[in-house]
Design a protein around this ligand. Sequence first.
Ligand code: GAR
Length: 225
Amino acid sequence: MRAGQTPLPLGVLISGGGTNLQAMIDAIADGQLAAEIRLVVSNRSDAYGLSRAEQHGIPSAVLPHGGYPSRQAFEAALIRALHERGVELVVLAGFMRLLSPFFIRAFPQRIMNIHPGLLPAFPGLHAQRQALERGVRIAGATVHFVDEEMDHGPIICQAAVPVYPDDTEDSLSARILAQEHRLYPQALRLFAEGRLEVRGRSVLIHDEAHVPDGLLAVPELKAER
Ligand code: GAR
């Protein structure tokens, strides 16, 4: 998919705190991710992620979705800003706007999203609340390529966490978010190394190592007598 020689030019779209953005900034600074964040875009001017970009000298822009006459005009401005900076991969990191096919076709198989749920379970808003209400024992996060349906595109990687009876939406969200910060840089690294290949609904990871069997069971599995 990609030669993997030069740093991957990223455009990161945010709407809020930007802790996933921070995880990417840190992974790049630590030499764990061969990428360069060319632009951070927020649709909200009060997103704390904008301050994170500023602190690290990363160019940023605020494109308030309400300030455009139509969704297409907003997305056209977004596309223009990303193209101007030579962005190759668009990274949705807590970006809380649905993108239309018009935008998605401008970056075919070059938009990633992170969702705080184990897709295809619990798409849409408040995935963590949905998981609690459904009583699942295992929750998690998913990084996927974006297609024209919400939270639907080919899955790149997932991380699972336990759900405990005394969890609140906040405690579960925090547990998932900690894993998001490891998962997203890893997905970006695989892309930057040219190791991701989309095959229909699946993503093939070249040279993928297998994880040990029985990694997570909740409650823990006890040895058979
Ligand atoms: C993350 O939990 C991310 O998975 C979620 O928003 C949070 C953003 O946190 N994204 C979605 O719900 C997308 N529908 P951050 O701004 O601290 O990275």
